[in-house]
Design a protein around this ligand. Structure first.
Ligand code: NAI
Length: 588
């Protein structure tokens, strides 16, 4: 049966697994730790090797679902590449919940296919621990006419490695390692191994990976496994138990290294293309415990990620989504909002779904009523719901104009107004508007959308003033992210890099108690952040202020009028009017 190409993007999981200190120690013993690294093997002051993340039983369960979802031919699969991104140190016990999706399937022709999946694991303490990107090489599934994978080779410095760490797996190493979850016969059964073309059972690739992880910690961050930030590699050749390996490490920059693990005698590369990043851990302190958040249009794209992240950090969330088509047409469906609520609940969070249309005042009232009925309050509103109806201006019919303004601009008014009443009363609130570069700077074919998106900036400007004395902060994000709104606008390789997860940190920060600003606009996308602002130039007086100047006089002074030299931002209309008045005041 062929690979299921429709599995790309489909959610996988959640898979949940409890673990104790004994699982942590068993893994450490499985990858060669012992008395010389007692901190991984003794429950007193126990530390967890970061590579435990990928080798836990949880991972095996997850890979089984991945295989089923993609229809991969199990007879020909190998673990091709592995990337681990560590967000927080792994506690010594708890429950891990993993969700993910297939992100790509590549065609290597006769050689086979690559199936890439990405998954996130969250601990029962609410912290996201790690993201794992796994590439499965499937020898028997190639030749379906799909795109080839982009080449990614790691460049090793042309010098001796800075560190060489020896590892000596014993003849019996796989017998211990398999108890951490991977009980495939190839690593234990001599007959099976012979049938598969090997002299005897072979080492688990991930066991050698664990040796490499220990070597990286020993050489780069001794005694501080929690400082591992990222570890990536490609599995290259198999290894027999009892054969020694060396991990070669080159430091390439501040907190960065490249590495490979080779056979000690033959020099053959067992694991290659290794990269490692390390450094201090940033503690997750931004929390939303006891906060109630309303996210509109949270059934997909950016809104979904905001809702998931808010819930993970403790908020109770109203997931609003009408569930219509990209242009807002159709009757709508409950399923996007319900799916996101389920995702949140599966991860241990609290959320309720709401299917109202933000474009009507009743819809807005009902969205906030949902928050009040379910959770008794509302602290955060993210106005995110959106549609597109692009047309060049002469073809911009009234219904296209009106429907876009109705969802974006009226939608923000309809939802924010009832929320603002509650926020004023309780003396706390965080409101987000979602603008767009199309509004801030302009874009062909989007006059309706640009007008609506810029109008939201005006709404923010005045609302920030009305909210100031009640600790209600109103800010605006201009995102750049992959979603159905951008899927046919952006080139494919760029689209893949524009993850909504890169936008949500700013949106969440602006929703937090810690947020110090109100009335700001931030452009956010792919890890780039800057602020956009309405800046007013220094200007000049033309004439004497008694007789109105002629257009010709303005023409002569146009450079002085137009210059942005001495440009300023005003926080209030009065400041700008005051500036005009001041221009006519006698200078002392
Ligand atoms: P998306 O299409 O994935 O998500 C928007 C969600 O809003 C959809 O799930 C849709 O069902 C929902 N929705 C639409 N009309 C609604 C209504 N009347 N009531 C309730 N829900 C409704 O799009 P994406 O990209 O996540 O967009 C989120 C926001 O970000 C939008 O306001 C969009 O204009 C804005 N934006 C996005 C950019 C991007 O690069 N993705 C760029 C600039 C702005």
């Amino acid at each position: 049966m062929a690979l299921n190409l429709d599995s790309i993007g489909k959610p996988i999981g959640p898979v949940t697994k409890e673990y104790t200190w004994k699982d942590v120690v068993l893994y450490a013993l499985g990858v060669g730790a012992g008395f010389q690294e007692l901190e991984y093997c003794y429950e007193k002051d126990l530390k967890v090797l970061p590579s435990f993340s990928i080798a836990s039983i949880l991972n095996i369960d997850f890979l089984a679902i991945l295989a089923e979802t993609t229809n991969i031919n199990l007879a020909g699969i190998l673990h091709g590449e592995q990337e681990l991104i560590f967000h927080n140190p792994i506690p010594t016990e708890g429950t891990l919940t993993t969700t993910g999706r297939v992100t790509n399937i590549y065609d290597k022709g006769d050689k086979g296919a690559l199936v890439v999946a990405e998954f996130d694991t969250v601990h029962s303490n609410g912290k996201k621990l790690y993201t794992s990107i796994v590439t499965i090489f499937s020898r028997l599934d190639g030749g379906f006419g799909g795109p080839d994978a982009p080449a990614k080779e790691v460049i090793f410095p042309d010098r001796e490695p800075d560190h060489v760490i020896e590892g000596a797996p014993t003849q019996d190493q796989p017998l211990i390692y398999r108890l951490t979850g991977d009980v495939f016969q190839l690593h234990v059964d001599p007959e099976f191994a012979k049938m598969a073309g090997f002299e005897k059972p072979i080492m688990h690739g991930l066991c050698t990976h664990g040796y490499a992880c220990r070597a990286l910690i020993q050489s780069l961050i001794p005694g501080k496994p929690g400082q591992m930030r990222r570890m990536t590699c490609r599995f290259s050749k198999t290894l027999y138990p009892g054969e020694a390996v060396k991990t070669l490490v080159w430091e390439t920059g501040e907190g960065q290294a490249v590495w490979k693990t080779v056979h000690s005698e033959t020099g053959v590369e067992i694991i290659t293309n290794g990269q490692c990043e390390y450094g201090d851990v940033i503690e997750e302190t931004v929390r939303f415990d006891d906060r109630v958040a309303v996210v509109t249009g949270a059934g997909a794209g950016l809104g979904r990620v905001y809702a998931l992240e808010l819930a993970r950090r403790g908020a109770r969330v109203v997931v609003n989504d009408l569930g219509g088509a990209r242009d807002g047409s159709g009757k709508g469906t409950a399923s996007p909002a319900e799916t996101v609520v389920k995702e949140i609940q599966d991860l241990g969070g609290e959320a309720v779904a709401n299917f109202d249309n933000v474009a009507t005042p009743e819809g807005g009232e009902n969205i906030i009523k949902t928050a009040l009925d379910a959770f008794g309050s509302v602290d955060i509103v993210i106005n995110n719901a959106g549609i597109l109806r692009d047309k060049s201006f002469t073809k911009m019919e009234p219904e296209n104009w009106a429907s876009v303004l109705a969802v974006h601009l009226n939608g923000a008014y309809n939802v924010t107004k009832p929320a603002f009443r509650v926020m004023k009363e309780k003396g706390y609130g965080r409101i987000i508007m979602t603008t767009s570069a199309a509004g801030l700077y302009g874009n062909f074919g989007q006059t309706n959308y640009s007008a609506a998106k810029m109008a939201l900036v005006g709404l923010m400007n005045s609302l920030k003033i009305e909210g100031a004395k009640y600790d209600i902060k109103v800010n605006t994000v201009a995102p750049l992210a992959a979603s159905r709104l951008t899927e046919d606008i952006m080139p494919e390789d760029l689209f893949k890099k524009m993850k909504p997860e890169f936008v949500s940190p700013m949106t969440l920060f602006l929703c937090s108690e810690e947020c110090p600003v109100s009335g700001n606009i931030y452009n956010v996308g792919m890890g780039f952040f800057n602020r956009a602002a309405m800046v007013t130039g220094g200007g000049t007086v033309v004439g004497d202020g008694k007789t109105a100047p002629l257009p010709e006089e303005l023409m002569a002074k146009l450079a002085d009028i137009t210059t942005m030299d001495q440009g300023k931002e005003f926080q209030h209309l009065n400041d700008q009017v005051g500036e005009i008045m001041a221009a006519f005041s006698p200078k002392v």
